[in-house]
Design a protein around this ligand. Structure first.
Ligand SMILES: Nc1ncnc2c1ncn2[C@@H]1O[C@H](COP(=O)(O)OP(=O)(O)OP(=O)(O)O)[C@@H](O)[C@H]1O
Ligand SMILES: [Mg+2]
Length: 506
C-alpha cells in the first residue's frame, strides 16, 4: 500500500536542487536516501513531511498519515527543556496530560537512563540530544519515520542500539533514512534512492549493492550515449555521400533520402543524454604551519570533571608531540568532550593544570560547530575575520562548495555538510599546527570524510580527535587513548574497544 506518492517533484533554490522525481513509499520500505552534501536531501525530507513547499510536482500522503520527522539539527527552543518534557511535548496536549506513561515506555525502549530524564537538553551530549529527538518523534506513534542523519553524534554503542531498535519496529512502518554511514545504511535499509539534480535513481537494494547497481547503470548510460553519437555520425556520413551522388545525378529520390538520413541523425542526437557526472560538494583542505616545540601539550595526571564538578577520570602523565594523531575513545558521556574542552581552555591560557608549548597555534572545531555564528554570512566569517581580501575570500568559499548565492546568505541556510566544509575552511585560514576536533565527520558526505582523512594524514598535522566513525578513526589515528574505569590509558589500536562497543547491549 502506498503511504507517500511523489510525482514529478522538483525544488529550485537559486539553482535546481532536484527535478522530476517520481517515487513511491510503501509499507515495509526501509529507504536509504543518499547524495553528496547540499544536494537537497533534507529539503526532500521536508517535502515528504509537508513542511517544505516544492517548486514543481506534488507529494500525496495517505489520508490522516502521521509523520515522525527527526531533523538534522536540534531546534533551538528544545535546548532549554528537560529531556523528558521535550519528548512529552511531542504528544498533543490533551494526550500529554493523561498519557505521559508513553514517554516512559519510549525512553525505556531507547535505553535512556532515568537520571538523564530531568536534565536540560543543552547540558546533555549530542548523542542524547539526538536520542531525545527520535523519542519525541516515535512517542506520537507515527505511520512513517523520516530520519535525517540519525547517527550523527551517536557513539558506536548507540549506533548498534539504533540499528537493533529500527530492526524491531513493526514492518509496516516505512522508514526513510538520510545517512553518510555506509555500514549503518547496509544494516538498516532495503531500498536506496540516489538523489540527483536530474534523473534520480532508486534500487530495491541496501546501500553497498545499490551503489554497485548505480555504477553499472551509469556505465550503461555512458555506453548508450557513445553508441547513439556514433550512430548519428554514421548516418550523417551516409547522408553526405548520398547528397553528392544525388546532386550529381539530379535524383529527387536520393535528395529526399538524404534529408531523411539527416533527420534521423538529428533525432538521435537530440534524444542522446550523457551519463550522470558526479560533482564533488567542494574541497576540504587543511594546512599545517609546523612548530619547533617537541611536546605540544603536557598532561600531568590532570583530573577531568563534568561542568558541575563531578570527577570523571584522571589522565595519567601524557604528552602530545608533533605528528601525533590521537584518537580519544570512550562510550557516550565518559568525558571525551570534557578533555577536549579542557585542552582548548589550556591553549586559550585559561587552564593552569595543563601545560602547552607557547608556539602552538590551535585549530579547534567543536561538536556543534559553534565556532561559526549562524547569524553571520559565510563572507563575513571568512573575509571579515581574515585579512585575505574579498576576491580571494569568494574564490576560497566557492572552492569549498559555498556558491556565490550562499556566500552572502546567513550561515543558518547552509546544509549541514556545507557548514562543516565552511568550518574546515575557517580552520585552514587560522594556519594551525595543532588540531582539536570533536566529531569532525558529522554531516560530511563520504567523499568529504575521505578528503579530511587525507588532509590530516598527508600534512603531518598533529591532532587530538573524537570520532565515532569506524573507518575514519582507523585511517587517521596513530595513537589511541581510551577512557576506562576512571583512567585514561594508551592502547595499541582501537579494535578491542570497537568490538566491545558494537556488541549488542546487555
Ligand atoms: N536561499 C537560498 N538560495 C539558494 N540556495 C539555497 C538557499 N537556501 C538554501 N539553499 C541551498 O539549498 C540546499 C539545501 O540542501 P539540503 O539542506 O536539503 O542539503 P542536504 O543534501 O541535506 O545536505 P547535507 O548532506 O549537507 O545535509 C543547499 O545547497 C543550500 O546551499
Ligand atoms: Mg541535510
Amino acid at each position: 500500500m502506498n503511504i507517500i506518492n511523489i510525482q514529478s517533484l522538483g525544488v529550485t533554490l537559486g539553482d535546481p536542487l532536484f527535478a522530476d522525481l517520481t517515487f513511491t513509499i510503501s509499507k515495509g520500505d526501509r529507504i536509504g536516501l543518499v547524495a553528496a552534501n547540499g544536494r537537497g536531501k533534507s529539503t526532500l525530507l521536508g517535502c515528504m513531511a509537508g513542511d517544505f513547499e516544492p517548486t514543481t510536482g506534488q507529494v500525496t500522503r495517505a489520508r490522516g498519515l502521521r509523520i515522525g520527522l527527526v531533523e538534522q539539527n536540534i531546534p533551538a527552543n528544545a535546548l532549554t527543556q528537560t529531556l523528558y518534557d521535550f519528548v512529552l511535548s511531542g504528544l498533543p496536549s490533551e494526550q500529554a496530560d493523561y498519557e505521559s506513561w508513553r514517554v516512559d515506555v519510549v525512553l525505556d525502549d531507547l535505553q535512556v537512563p532515568v537520571d538523564l530524564h530531568r536534565k536540560l537538553l543543552k547540558d546533555l551530549s549530542g548523542g542524547w540530544q539526538r536520542t531525545a529527538l527520535l523519542a519525541a518523534a516515535w512517542v506520537t506513534e507515527p505511520d512513517i519515520l523520516l530520519l535525517d542523519e540519525p547517527t550523527n553524534h551517536l557513539d558506536l554503542n548507540r549506533i548498534a542500539l539504533l540499528q537493533n531498535w529500527l530492526g524491531a519496529l513493526p514492518r509496516d512502518v516505512p522508514v526513510v533514512i538520510i545517512s553518510h554511514d555506509r555500514a549503518f545504511l547496509d544494516a538498516t535499509t532495503n531500498r536506496t534512492l540516489f538523489l540527483r539534480t536530474e534523473r534520480s535513481r532508486a534500487f530495491p537494494l541496501a546501500f553497498t549493492k545499490a551503489r554497485q547497481a548505480l555504477d553499472e547503470a551509469d556505465a550503461d548510460d555512458e555506453r548508450r550515449f557513445a553508441n547513439d553519437l556514433n550512430k548519428a555520425s554514421q548516418l550523417r556520413k551516409q547522408a553526405a555521400k548520398l547528397k553528392n551522388i544525388g546532386i550529381n545525378s539530379g535524383s529527387d529520390l536520393l535528395i529526399t533520402k538524404t534529408k531523411q538520413l539527416s533527420e534521423r541523425a538529428a533525432k538521435i542526437e537530440a534524444a542522446a543524454r550523457p551519463a550522470h557526472q558526479e560533482k564533488g560538494a567542494g574541497d576540504i583542505k587543511l594546512s599545517n604551519s609546523g612548530t619547533h616545540a617537541k611536546a605540544l601539550v603536557t598532561l600531568a595526571d590532570v583530573p577531568v570533571t563534568t561542568p558541575d564538578g563531578r570527577a570523571l577520570y584522571k589522565t595519567g602523565t601524557k604528552w602530545i608531540t608533533q605528528g601525533d594523531r590521537i584518537v580519544l575513545l570512550g562510550t557516550n558521556g565518559t568525558g571525551k568532550t570534557q578533555l577536549v574542552k579542557m585542552i582548548h581552555r589550556a591553549l586559550m591560557g585559561d587552564e593552569p593544570a595543563i601545560k602547552c608549548a607557547p608556539s602552538v597555534v590551535l585549530g579547534y572545531s567543536d561538536q556543534h560547530l559553534s565556532q561559526l555564528d549562524d547569524a553571520d554570512t559565510p563572507m563575513t566569517a571568512v573575509a571579515g575575520k581574515f585579512d585575505i581580501g574579498d576576491q580571494r575570500a569568494r574564490g576560497l568559499l566557492a572552492g569549498a562548495g559555498v556558491n556565490i548565492q550562499m556566500q552572502d546568505t546567513k550561515i543558518a541556510a547552509l546544509s549541514g555538510g556545507q557548514k562543516s566544509r565552511l568550518a574546515m575552511l575557517v580552520l585552514r585560514l587560522q594556519h594551525p599546527n595543532f588540531y582539536l576536533l570533536d566529531e569532525p565527520t558529522n554531516h560530511l558526505d563520504i567523499e568529504g570524510q575521505e578528503a579530511l582523512e587525507e588532509e590530516l594524514t598527508g600534512h603531518g598535522a598533529s591532532c587530538l580527535l573524537v570520532s565515532h566513525d569506524r573507518s575514519f578513526l582507523r585511517n587517521v589515528g596513530n595513537r589511541f587513548w581510551q577512557i576506562e574505569r576512571k583512567r585514561l590509558i594508551e592502547v595499541d589500536d582501537p579494535e578491542a574497544f570497537l568490538a566491545a562497543e558494537m556488541d549488542p547491549l546487555p
